[in-house]
Structures are given as C-alpha cells and as structure tokens.
Design a binder for this molecule. Structure first.
Ligand code: ADP
Ligand code: ZN
Length: 645
C-alpha cells in the first residue's frame, strides 16, 4: 500500500465536495467512532510543501489557543497553495519573480559606542537566554543594531525573520534594509499578491540565506535554516490576532518557532509590554538597555496644558488652547513641522439631542454613531451602517449638538486657525486607497506639508527630520477605559508619539492637553522614565492578580437571539464555577453587548501561573463541548480567547 509523505497536499472527497488537505501522518483503523477516513483521490505534490516543523508549530498553536488545527492551516497557507491549481513541481518559468532590487547597495552604518555595547551584550545574553529584550529609547538606533545582527546571520548562511506590527507603515524600514541587504530582503504580508505570497512560500522551502520582513502571519512560513527572529515594537497589541481563529499572539508564536528551530529571539521596543519586562526582570529573558538617543539627540521636553483652567479662562479656540496655538505659530514661522495627534477619526464621536439627551445609535450594534462631515453622515465604526446627519433629534424633534472631536474636525479647525499652513490628515479614512498612506508619509517627509494630523498611525516608528513639535489634543481619552491595560497602552502610545519630535542639535517639544494634570503618568512621561511607570503598573497588576500574575482566558458567547446567549452563558458559567471555583467570573455584559446583530456575553477565567495551563484548557474545552450539546445552547458560538489583549 502506498502512503503519501507527510506534508504533501492531497485531494480528498468530503460529502460531495473535493477538498485539498495536507497529509499529517499515517493512521490505521478508525480515528474515533463515527469518523470515516476519506479516500485520497490524488496527490498534488511529489515533495512536501509543509514541513514537519511547521506542522508541529501549528499543532502547538491549535492546542495553546484552543482552536482546530484546520483554522491554523487556513491562516498559515497562502491562498494559492490551498488551491488545487498551484503547482509546486519545478517549472521552467516562474509565475512571478521575487522583488528584484536594482538600487544601490550601501555599506552598513558603523555602530556607535552605545550600540556596539548593546550588540555585544545581546550576544552574551544569548548564551544564557534564547530570548533577549532590547529596551532602547526612541531613536537610540535599535534598527541599526538589528541590522548588524542580521548581517551576521546572513553571512553565516542563515535566515532571519523580522516581524513588524503593521507592514503598511514600514516602507521607510524596508528601504533602509534593502539598501544594505539588497534582494535578500523579502517583504511578506497580506497586501502582497496571492501569487507572490505563494512564490515566497515556495522559495522558503529552500534554505537560502534570506531576510523575511513581515507582519504577524509571516510566522507561518516554512523556515529551513532560521538563525534569528526579531520582534520589533514587541509591545504592539496588533501582534495579537483578534478575528478569526487562531487568535494567536505573534510574539508568543515567534518565540515558539525560534525554540523549535534552535534559533534566537530579539524583542525590541522603547516601551516594553509589562509582561515582557517582567520576564526580563525575572531572568526568563535577557535584558539589554540603550538609554541615549543616537548622535546626542535629546529626548523631547514635555509641556502639560491644563484644559480645565484654559476653558475656565476662556483661553481656548475650538479644541486648541491659546498657548498651543501660539507655539504652533512660532514653529510654522521657523519653517518647522508639526504633528497633531488625536486618536479618533471622523468629525465627532457622536451627536446628542439638547432636549432629551439621545445620541443616535447604530441599528446593528450597541454603539453611538460617529459624525463624518465630508459626506454629512452618522456612521457606525463597527459595521459601516450609516444615516444622513440628522437636523433634529430622531426621537423628540429637539435640536442636535456635536460632542467631542475627531481628526476631521481638527483638520477643519487647523485650516481656520492657520490658513497659510499646508495640512494633511492620516487616518483610516484618508488611507483606504492602496498607496495613499505612502503618499502622505512621503509628502510629509519631503516637507511639502507643514502640519500632519493623525490617529495612532502617526505614532509608529517614522523619522521626520523637521518635526519640532508634537501635540496631543486630548490625552484623557486614553485613561478612561475599562481595561486594566489602558495605562500601559496610554504610556506606550504617548511615549511613541513623543518620539517623533526633535532632531539633531535641537530638543523637540511635546505639548499634552489634559483635564487632569495631576495624573502620575505625566511625570513618568516627562522624565521618560519607563522603569517608574513599570513599577507602578506591576504593583497594581500584582494587587489585583492580573497578567503576568495570572493567565486569562475570555470566553465570548454570541447568538442572534439575546435570550439564547444569556441562557447559554448562565449555563456555562454554572458548570465552570463548579470546576474552576473563583477562577471563573460571573457572566459579563460587555460595554458593546451587540455587534452586527450578534448579542454578546463573556465569561473570564483567571488561572494562576503555578497551575497547569494546558490541563485547565482541557477541562474548559470539555465543559464547552458539553454545553454545546444542550438543546438550549444549540448554535450559540462559544469562542475562547486565550491571553486576550
Ligand atoms: P530606533 O530604531 O531606536 O528608533 P533607528 O535605528 O531608527 O532608531 O535610528 C534613528 C536614526 O538615527 C535613523 O535615522 C538612523 O539611520 C540613525 N542612526 C542610528 N544609529 C546610527 C549609526 N550608528 N550610524 C548612522 N546613523 C545612525
Ligand atoms: Zn453597527
């Protein structure tokens, strides 16, 4: 009897459909009762397209994140490879060729003293710890250190995986890498065409030295000769996939991938996640620090503006305090550039009736709708549903006011306050077209624009030489959220945005407008004192038994019928309570309890770090499986989110 080798694609019949599958192993006899083994109709590849190491990693992901391995495979394989049509047999002409870099190759920069010391220190840490955290302030030259480490690996014939949180924002980075490493650099992410993704995948089955720069899904590629994984901006929440399964954290998967391949990991950031820093402090990771910016550049000066006082004294114009306006004028006069940060897109987050207090809400979701002025509509940011901007209250006929402000409104105020300034806005609405994002960054980098207004998109590791002032129009949004990580997020975001200010020989300035100048986070920001910030956070996490002192699994229950989802949640909570006791929360009605007409309830489990996580998940899965057999709970979706962010 012939058995196809592990890792080749085969066509099998399932019902009346033919599907492509991957051979995982040889199995004789029934898998379990009622499961019929399918006949293989044909074998698509002569040699494996999935390596044993990949299968091992995917199994780990499926187990750890509590999802079927099929979901992991679907996420892992480029579309084309999942197809029957794509041939892996040698072909005379490649369908697509990989990026053929024809630009100039420049020598790599020489490291300065601090960078050289960090480079050596990373190596010495790797003797003891496979994972090293590089905590270097913004513009300390972390990327330069990465490049020297990459050079070493490539010279030794090894591959390097360089993970970045959002690939759209990385052309500055990929340019820099290509100038040094030429066509060894391969960029892999979801915006790359299917054909090219498949080709990259195919080439990765060969062990040539290569630098893969990719977003989180690059962890699924085959790596035959991996020497190093770099996770840049390791604190970024976008490394965690939210929807669909597998809901994996690319940092965790990257560490596992490296572990399986016997390679090293470098996590880099100016603002480490509390979890990673905790691991570094406890000796689980090595820790390397760079405290100075490159070439004696100073960290920016932070100025707080008390909005309460400013409004009281009527020293405001729109959402700008008089002192901020004054500073912007001065910088414009000096031909400097300015970044204005407001982490909300649209004109205003809601409209409210002055008589009855009603804010129009989405018909499909439990959220108020955001005002967009360019088309005069109220839009739901969760499902896209929209209605024309109401001229009077839909429920009582009263008059409507506009509450709060987003980037669109800022842009309007800026053009009134500084009519001579050239302004661009960077948010989801202005970057939906393919290269729009790049155009905005280029225009700003070439100083064709004086003021850049943007959401968190502007906080990412971009370098603009002429930016002397960064203003955060309302810092308080970030602290008023029902999430134990909101301070961490706020600190990271504000410190990263601040990092955009300043250039050689001139200290930049960050102006923060807030209603609460006494918030202790500002002191840490002002001193750029990560450690002080970390210490306050870790104490709080410990006091309330949050991560990293416990592990969390959120169960999300969804159904179109609210009664159904409530009943199922109560049922499951009851069972879990018996098994897990106080580790299990009550049924929680989330702040957005309905999305796209799905009603939502959640249950949280907190498992102490000393107990067996895998076993806890097994016990949890048993209860979920049981609940799903109950007639009342039929068709209710129960989604485990392991280590939620
Ligand atoms: P980080 O990644 O820590 O934010 P970068 O590596 O991007 O910092 O460095 C900030 C800026 O300083 C970049 O423009 C980079 O080219 C420059 N730079 C840093 N180190 C060196 C060096 N050793 N030689 C020349 N330029 C450097
Ligand atoms: Zn909606």
């Amino acid at each position: 009897m012939y058995y196809p080798p592990v890792g080749v694609r085969v066509v099998v019949s399932l019902g009346n459909k033919e599907l492509v599958g991957i051979v995982r192993g040889k199995h004789i006899g029934a898998l379990r009762e009622g499961v019929v083994l399918k006949n293989i109709i044909s074998q698509l590849d002569e040699t494996p397209v999935v390596t044993e190491r990949q299968l091992q990693l995917w199994q780990w992901i499926a187990d750890y994140y509590m999802c079927p391995i099929g979901d992991t495979m679907a996420a892992a394989l480029p579309k084309k490879i999942g197809d029957k049509g794509y041939s892996f047999s040698p072909v005379k002409k490649r369908r697509v060729s990989l990026p053929n870099y024809t630009g100039e190759i420049e020598p790599i920069h020489t490291l300065d003293t601090q960078q050289e010391r960090a480079f050596e220190h990373i190596h010495s840490c790797w003797h003891k710890n496979d994972v090293v955290l590089l905590h270097g302030v913004t513009s300390s030259g972390k990327t330069e250190v990465y490049m020297h480490l990459i050079e070493e690996q490539l010279a030794a014939g090894k591959q390097v995986l360089y993970l970045v949180p959002e690939i759209a924002l990385t052309t500055q980075l990929t340019d820099r890498l290509q100038h040094v490493f030429g066509d060894k650099v391969i960029v892999y992410h979801s915006r790359v065409s299917d054909a090219l993704r498949a080709e990259i995948y195919r080439q990765q089955l060969q062990p040539q030295p290569r630098l893969i720069v990719g977003a989180r899904s690059a962890v699924f590629l085959p790596f035959e000769n991996l020497g190093l994984v770099i996770v840049d901006e390791e604190h970024e929440p976008s490394y965690k996939q939210q929807e669909p399964a597998p809901r994996y954290h690319a940092r965790s998967v990257a560490i596992m991938l490296a572990h399986n391949s016997g390679s090293k990991v470098l996590l880099g950031t100016a603002t480490p996640s509390v979890e990673s820093y905790y691991n570094a402090q406890n000796g689980k990771y090595g820790l390397v620090t760079m405290t100075e910016r490159f070439a004696g550049l100073e960290l920016p000066k932070i100025t707080l503006i008390d909005l309460r006082q400013q409004y009281h004294r009527k020293e405001m114009c729109g959402h700008f305090s008089d002192s901020l306006i004054q500073r912007i004028r001065e910088e414009l006069a000096r031909k400097k550039q300015i970044i204005l940060f407001q982490n909300r897109r649209g004109y205003a987050p809601m409209m409210t009736c002055t008589d009855c207090g009603t804010s129009p809400r989405c018909t499909n979701c439990d959220v108020p709708m955001t005002l967009h002025m360019h088309n005069h509509r109220l839009v739901c940011h969760y499902c896209g549903y929209s209605i024309p901007m109401p001229t009077q209250c839909p429920s009582c006929g009263g008059s409507m006011t506009i509450n709060g402000f987003g980037t669109e409104r800022l842009e309007e105020e800026v053009s009134e306050l500084f009519p001579e300034a050239r302004v661009l806005r960077m948010d989801l609405d202005t970057t939906s077209e393919k290269s729009a994002h790049q155009k905005i960054i280029n225009a700003f980098a070439q100083h064709e624009v004086d003021i850049l207004i943007g959401t968190q998109m502007v906080s990412k590791g971009l370098h603009f030489d002429d930016v002397s002032l960064v203003a955060i129009l309302n810092a308080d949004n970030h602290f008023n959220q029902p999430d134990f990580r909101c301070y961490e997020r706020a600190f990271q975001l504000l410190e990263q945005v601040s990092g955009r200010a300043g250039r050689k020989g001139e200290q930049g300035e960050v102006i923060i407008q807030t209603y609460d100048t006494t918030n202790h986070i500002f002191e840490d920001l002002n001193n750029h004192d990560y450690l002080s910030f970390y210490n306050s956070q870790i104490a709080e996490r410990q006091a309330f038994n949050y991560s990293p002192f416990s592990r969390m699994i959120t169960l999300v229950l969804r159904h179109r019928n609210e009664q159904r989802v409530i009943a199922a949640a109560n049922m499951l909570q009851n069972l879990l309570n018996k098994v897990f006791g106080s580790r299990c929360s009550v049924v929680i009605e989330p702040s957005i309890a309905r999305l796209q007409n799905w009603f939502i309830r959640t249950i949280q489990l907190r498992i102490e770090t000393t107990s067996n996580y895998a076993r806890a998940k097994q016990m949890l899965q048993e209860q979920i499986d049981f609940v799903l057999t109950l007639p009342d709970c039929k068709n209710v979706q129960i989604i485990p989110n392991v280590d939620p962010l």
